[in-house]
Design a protein around this ligand. Structure first.
Ligand code: SF4
Length: 426
């Protein structure tokens, strides 16, 4: 039977978990915190629940706000002070208790804790740290902890937060300072970037020390690094503006991840925002993530993907294919002689296939059959490569628009074949 106090906790949980769902930066990758001293949990261990919401957001952590009371009035945020919604606040003990209970039941792999800003930045940050400290020191909790940093919190608090959290993040909020001033007038880029810089410098200093001493500096500061997120589609920045901003964040603040959160219309009366019924399309979010991936793992420069003359990503084809079609002079690439970097740029060839190609060709020249066996998506790749038995005429006189047409037609017929074979089952 539920007691009045457990009912109240459940009510708070439903309010504060719902308010936290707009924050998409909840990835837990990159931490290797091990269980020790017979403590509880292990951020890399098995039995971890990974679940995704309908729109693809990861909810593998207990993802909650400490409170949705907030002194700020950011136009795009459901918790803004002018919004007439149910408010709630957890106590430190309640969050600790919930985390431990959920963890023991194997519902979660850790905690993602954010908060509205009550009283001021330091008071809020102190409360978040108190939860992480209690989990780590009193309950020897070794599961994953991701803490949101509160812009404007003191350096000393940020330093302490990093001792308990695997990952720290502070949201950039919007892709440009002009938009931030318009929609979140209480915040500034300076306030947001100061803790980012501190985290990045501390992580760098720790890495230097580790190199010098040949062992990890103890205790580790934010071992899973820092991340950030931007709301996209609420303001007029182009994909180029967004990706150049992301690139600067990766370069200047050693970000592990930049997240792109498609704007969800939640404030229909604010004329500064796009209207209800025009949420940022999920495909835009997806293309931004693909471009981000190309920059981090495929060696692409942001300037190759987007420029003044090409400021918006294609929505009908992925950014790698789009780049290849704009740069046909770089193709075809000879699979049997080209270097890894050039092979990786061929549409339809991913990191694993490229690595397999490099290994396999040591034993002989590769042909179409072997490439397919190595995982190459040949229907896409065929226009951009040569291999044994397939000469440099593969591109022939085809223009970029024709190649795009053939590839898209291939997708469509693959899709309709899949649908008809599904239907034939019934
Ligand atoms: S400070 Fe954070 S919680 Fe408060 S209104 Fe702005 S985005 Fe929302």
């Amino acid at each position: 039977m539920q007691t009045p106090s457990s009912e109240r906790i459940l009510e708070k949980l439903s309010i504060l978990a719902d308010a936290a769902k707009y924050d998409v930066s909840c990835s837990s990758s990159g931490s290797k915190r091990k269980n020790h001293n017979k403590g509880l949990g292990n951020s890399t261990g098995g039995g971890i629940c990974h679940t995704y919401t309908e729109d693809g957001r990861c909810v593998s952590l207990l993802k909650i706000l400490l409170t949705n009371h907030c002194i700020y009035d950011c136009a795009y945020c459901v918790s803004r002070k002018s919004n007439d919604i149910k408010r709630a606040a957890f106590t430190v003990e309640e969050v600790v208790e919930l985390t431990l209970n959920f963890y023991k039941r194997n519902y979660i792999e850790g905690l993602f804790l954010s908060s509205g800003i009550f009283k001021n930045a330091d008071t809020t940050m102190e409360r978040l740290i108190a939860i992480a400290r209690k989990l780590r020191t009193e309950h020897r909790f070794n599961g994953y902890i991701h803490l949101k940093s509160i812009p404007g919190a003191s350096n000393a608090l940020m330093q302490e937060a990093g001792l308990y959290a695997d990952r720290l993040s502070v949201n950039l909020e919007l892709p440009s300072e002009t938009s931030l001033q318009l929609l979140a007038p209480g915040k500034t880029y300076e306030q947001i970037k100061k803790p980012m810089l501190l985290v990045s410098q501390t992580i760098q200093a720790q890495a230097n020390e580790k190199r010098l001493l040949q062992r990890a500096a103890k205790p580790l500061f934010a071992p899973a690094g820092q991340s950030t997120q931007m709301v996209i589609g609420a303001t007029p920045e182009t994909d180029k503006d967004i990706m150049y901003q992301a690139n600067a964040l990766y370069q200047n603040y050693r970000m592990k991840r930049v997240y792109y959160s498609g704007y969800i219309p939640i404030n229909p009366t604010d004329t500064r925002l796009p209207g209800v019924g025009t949420p940022a399309p999920l495909i835009r979010e997806h293309r931004l993530y693909q471009s981000d991936w190309l920059m981090r793992f495929y060696g692409f420069q942001v300037t190759e993907l987007l420029s003044d003359s090409f400021p918006q990503l294609d929505s009908d084809i992925d950014p790698k294919l789009s780049w290849a079609l704009r740069n046909l002079h770089q193709f075809p690439v000879d699979i049997n002689t080209a270097d890894y970097e050039a092979i990786l740029r061929i549409p339809g060839i991913g990191v694993q296939s490229a690595q397999k190609i490099i290994s396999a060709r040591r034993f002989g020249q590769l042909d179409v059959y072997q490439l397919k066996k190595l995982g190459v998506a040949f229907n896409r790749a065929r226009y951009f490569l040569v291999c044994r038995g397939m000469g440099p005429a593969s591109l022939g006189d085809l223009q970029d628009r024709q190649i795009k047409h053939f590839i898209l037609a291939g997708y469509r017929s693959k899709f309709s074949n899949a649908v008809s074979s599904q239907l034939s089952l019934f």
